[in-house]
Design a protein around this ligand. Structure first.
Ligand SMILES: Nc1ncnc2c1ncn2[C@@H]1O[C@H](COP(=O)(O)OP(=O)(O)OP(=O)(O)O)[C@@H](O)[C@H]1O
Ligand SMILES: [Zn+2]
Length: 753
């Protein structure tokens, strides 16, 4: 029953992000505790601000303390482990306490300030209050006159089997209007029920025994001691595409549950969640919870509460699922562990690996990273014994890895084929169609034509607010900026700079779809990109249709490249990834190697062997050739040598400090000032290994009217270094330069921010 508390408040700057002491009213003393959400009077005007209690019975800093306005109920309190994660994030990522709080609990579980009914007293209110939905049950008979509609008959037939929710009925094509009308007739009765938290209840439980192959069994046996042991362990499961890593996961999870412990499974993106959920649900049934950003706030909250209430044994989700309030964790799996989506690009800028390692340490769990193309850092750690290395070298079912052909698109053009689909690709797709097989095509550009260039001055039409080209989207007939969302509608015909004629060129997924439809009018083509998957559950529905072979060809951006498992896919084509071959950042080679190896790996995973074709204008590119050979070991040797020579991770830590603001000169000045302060602080510790590069403009100089500069610091990412950055940030903020730029620090970036 604390009489005073130390509170971290929302919207604090780094410099002011400390604990402020408040007095607790006697009637709040029973509720308030460490991790409580509170509403406090802040600043001179005592305006209401959100806060979180991080200390109890804090020393009063002045004789006259302000009282808390309000305290959220105990159910909204952070668990001790989540509280420790808040401190962990603050120390590791330079975020504010409240940014960390917002990361570890979902929006729906958060509170917001409002005023009480008296119109003046500030109180807390839950972000989400509605957890109920309409349910309908049959209470009468349908009168024969007026003649019932087909929908009415269908509704009555469905409800004859018992009460159903509105969403369940809507799924069967029955609208709310039909139901309300039947209620008015006295045929149905409507009541409010709690929304179902069993999101995927339609997935049948199979629970068949998992039979591993000899190689899979050996991998499982090697991993088992780390799982059974109560001490934390980490391992890397490096298995070629289609080797059955998922089956090893399932078997480990089964054992983990048998031990009375729980499992957390991360996948890199939403498109991969349906497949993992399907496998986990059909194997383990009800007690699987899901956390990812495509759930709506209510679903997410209900799933979260289910985890918090101890109702889930397994949690599956994308990056932020690592903060699930799951207790007694025995196993954390990070699938496709090399993916950049595991690193957050907004505050708190954490890496899921880092948080997972922390949680594994707290829980005495096994952290299992898995991939066919592990990140260079993870594989290096495994080679040097810092992580256990377990391999799967063969595909399940015994097929070889797909054969790969590289097609030179310059030669293709020279020989008179102006199209973006080479003759070899066309041929292979046709053969595959005739054989009744499916094809996956990768093109990492969405939109139709990707640049508009002036025929006279050769200027490329760029976004007014960002230093990137606009992309033409044919269906909407407008130009879009993929960074800030700006539009040019209708697309201009003339160059804004010189009035010359604009020529639209390039190749995006929309155009690919159109070209394919012309070449193969009989083929059923599915396009998967951000534009076609924006609707709720779109990934799940489209991929399920592809799995049922309702499409012959799937063309898409990188969301089609990894993790997916379709038995009828025997051809994979890479239509274009050349922009990635020349990308910046020290992970650029790794990204290309991984993307190509992974997409090739979607081919020939079941009965029939697979084939793949890669189109490029740089056919001799060494990385591309290693990926075509799916030779990870050779790639790794080359990559680690490059990293060592250039001094990049894993041979050092890389800390990027980014600056942004509306005036370029001020952003440049701010970055120079920060660099000077950093230099001054570092000079006091000459033994600290440190190399500061820059400041330089960001590789995209302007995004959304904000100019960007960066400092790159090669360092050893340890507490001493982080303290140095923290001191520098504080000094920098204290200086209050006029028109300061915002500054962010990222210890996980690829070299840009
Ligand atoms: N022991 C097994 N019993 C039955 N089916 C298996 C077994 N092992 C693998 N498979 C099947 O082989 C296919 C490939 O397995 P899985 O998807 O787990 O591969 P993966 O290692 O995750 O590959 P990728 O890295 O390419 O995603 C799946 O359809 C899977 O069901
Ligand atoms: Zn823009």
């Amino acid at each position: 029953m604390p009489k005073t508390v130390g509170v971290a408040v929302s919207n604090a700057t780094f410099h002011f992000d400390k604990l402020y002491t408040y007095a607790v009213m006697p009637d709040q003393q029973d509720t308030v505790r460490l991790g409580s959400m509170v509403l406090v009077p802040f600043g001179r005007g005592s305006r209401a601000r959100m806060g979180v209690v991080l200390a109890c019975d804090a020393e009063p800093e002045s004789a006259k303390l302000k009282f808390l306005f309000d305290v959220a109920p105990a159910s909204a309190c952070l668990t001790p482990e989540l509280l420790r994660l808040v401190h962990f994030l603050k120390e590791r990522t330079f975020c504010t306490y409240y940014e960390a709080v917002k990361a570890v609990i979902p929006y729906g579980a958060q509170y917001k300030p409002t005023v009480a009914e008296d119109g003046v007293t500030p109180v807390l209110q839950k972000q989400l209050v509605r957890h109920t939905e309409n349910a309908y049950k049959l209470v009468g008979t349908l009168p024969p006159k007026p003649r019932p509609t087909a929908k009415q008959l269908a509704a009555v037939a469905l409800l004859a089997g018992g009460e159903r929710t509105l969403s369940a009925l809507e799924e069967k094509g029955i609208s709310r209007a039909v139901l309300d009308n039947l209620c008015a007739k006295g045929v149905l009765e409507c009541s409010k029920v709690n929304k179902s938290i069993d999101l995927y209840s339609s997935i049948p439980l199979k629970n068949e025994p998992i039979l591993l192959t000899e190689e899979q069994q050996a991998a499982y046996d090697a991993l088992l001691p780390g799982l059974e042991d109560a001490a934390p362990h980490s391992a890397l499961l490096y298995g070629v595409t289609g080797s059955g890593k998922t089956l090893v996961f399932l078997k480990l999870i089964e054992h983990c549950l048998q031990m009375g412990r729980r499992a957390l499974v991360l996948v890199p993106e939403i498109s991969l969640t349906p497949q993992m959920i399907l496998r986990l649900k059909s194997q383990f049934g009800k007690r699987v919870a899901v956390q990812h950003s495509a759930l709506n706030h209510t679903e997410r909250l209900l799933q979260w509460q289910m985890i918090q209430d101890g109702g889930a044994d397994i949690v599956v989700g994308t990056r932020s699922a690592i903060f699930s309030p799951l207790e007694n964790i025995g196993l954390v799996i990070i699938d496709e562990e090399q993916e950049h989506t595991y690193r957050s690009e907004s505050a708190p800028r954490y890496s899921a690996h880092e948080v997972a390692r922390q949680r594994a340490a707290e829980n005495g769990a096994l952290l299992l990273l898995a991939s066919a193309t592990p990140s260079t850092e993870s594989y290096y750690a495994a080679q040097h014994g810092r992580t256990q290395l377990v391999r799967l070298t063969k595909r399940y079912g015994g097929n070889p890895l797909p054969k790969v052909q590289i097609v030179d698109m310059r030669a293709e053009l020279a020989s008179g084929n102006p199209r973006e689909i080479s003759l070899a690709m066309e041929d292979a797709i046709r053969h595959n169609l005739e054989a009744g097989k499916q094809t996956i095509l990768l093109l990492n550009r969405r939109g139709y034509q990707t640049v508009a260039q002036c025929e006279d001055c050769r200027e490329v039409l760029k976004c007014q607010k960002c230093s990137v080209p606009m992309v033409y989207h044919k269906s909407a007939h407008k130009l879009l900026c993929h960074y800030c969302g700006s539009q040019l509608d209708p697309p201009p015909a003339r160059c804004p700079a010189c009035g010359g004629k604009l020529q639209y060129r390039g190749f995006g997924t929309q155009k690919a779809e159109e070209e394919l439809a012309k070449l193969f009018p009989e083929a059923r083509i599915l396009r998967m990109d951000q534009d076609t998957t924006a609707a709720k559950d779109a990934h799940e529905k489209l991929l399920a249709k592809f799995a049922r072979h309702e499409y012959d060809i799937m063309v898409g951006t990188q969301m089609v490249a990894k993790g997916l498992d379709f038995e009828d896919v025997t051809l994979v084509g890479v239509l274009g990834i050349d922009s990635l071959l020349f990308a910046q950042g020290f992970r650029a080679y790794e990204t290309v190697f991984s993307l190509v190896t992974q997409v090739v790996g979607r081919s020939g995973r079941a009965k029939d062997p697979g084939f793949a074709i890669i189109q490029t204008t740089d056919p001799d590119n060494p990385v591309l050739n290693l990926a075509a050979a799916q030779d990870y070991d050779a790639f790794f040797e080359q990559e680690i040598a490059y990293r060592k020579l250039g001094l990049y991770p894993p041979f050092c830590g890389l800390c990027v400090v980014g600056f942004a603001g509306p005036k370029e000169s001020e952003v440049a000045r701010a970055s120079a000032r920060f660099a000077a302060l950093l230099g001054r602080q570092a000079a006091k510790q000459p033994d600290l290994p440190l190399r500061v590069l820059g400041p330089t403009p960001g590789s995209i100089e302007k995004i959304n009217d904000s100019y960007r500069y960066k400092l790159t610091v090669k360092c050893r990412n340890d507490r001493r270094f982080r303290d140095l950055i923290r001191e520098t940030l504080t000094l920098y903020e204290q200086e209050k330069l006029p028109g300061k730029a915002t500054v962010v620090v990222d210890l996980h970036s690829d070299g840009d921010i």
